[in-house]
Design a protein around this ligand. Sequence first.
Ligand SMILES: [Mn+2]
Length: 330
Amino acid sequence: MAGLVRVLKLTRLLLDGDFEGLSPFSQTTASMPLTNCTIIPDIHADAGRLNRSLRLAGTHDRIAFLGDFIDAGSAVNDPDDAAVLERVRRACDDGLAVAVMGNHELNAILFHRCDDDGQPLRARDAKNLKQHRSFCDRFGIGTATARDWTAWFLTLPLWLDLGGLRLVHACWNPSAIKMIAERRPDGRLKEADLKEVAGKQTDFAWAVNMLLSGPEIPLPPGVTFTDAGGHVRTDVRIAWWRADAPTWRAASLSVPNPAELPDCDVEAAHAVEFYGPENPPVLVGHYKMKGDPRIETPQAACLDYPRRPTVYRWSGEPSLRQDRMIEVPV
Ligand SMILES: [Mn+2]
């Protein structure tokens, strides 16, 4: 019977044409470790981009997703959160893909749930509604369907170590992973954690936020910058893989106009855990990178280039390779 189910699943996938020939993750064993894997970053409700990304996967590749499946930005012409989620979830259910949670999934989990007093765990204000518009347009706010999808988000681990390759949405931080693993060894949050995570006051909440949104440190007094969404910010994202970046302009990420930042050393950089060359390679999304898609260091790369969609085809190499970053045809 299990064999018949398997054949039916494969038939369905072959008809869809996107996962043709892929091997299920369940066939990854100690004797046959994972070697070929295509890693796909932030899709943000762009179903066409998901399909074009999947077509780049090799015949025997597994697929790994880096989170942020939902919430189209203004550049997505025809957002379809439902189509993206259905395809990704089915691939995961069928054992052909794995996925980690992105900060947009975490935000959605909190947005559609209320505490004991009936207050949403994430404010349903204009800023958050704008960010979450395409999902809410499709599924509503706090509806049964929205809660069903966000319950599935809750099953996604916050990090994955595939053996030779590490995946996390924004930042691989050993202290944060250790902190979370003490309570949730499989890296998956539970409903009981959500109010604490939403409150952002505890070390556990700090750790979750670190993995999904990455490190930020306060700029010197009086210094601000305007982010891509037009919001004035006093804290800046730090490139945790650039252990040798001494200045604000060199160490910061997601700053549209770096000239707004001081051209002097980051004194608080000691507070950031940088990712050293002794570690296995790690791939992340999240950072909305600009310019030519590139390996940041032999041990770290960000695949999230919204204007130049990119996947990484990993074949077991211990150091990341530029020629494995493949641009998705537009
Ligand atoms: Mn993100």
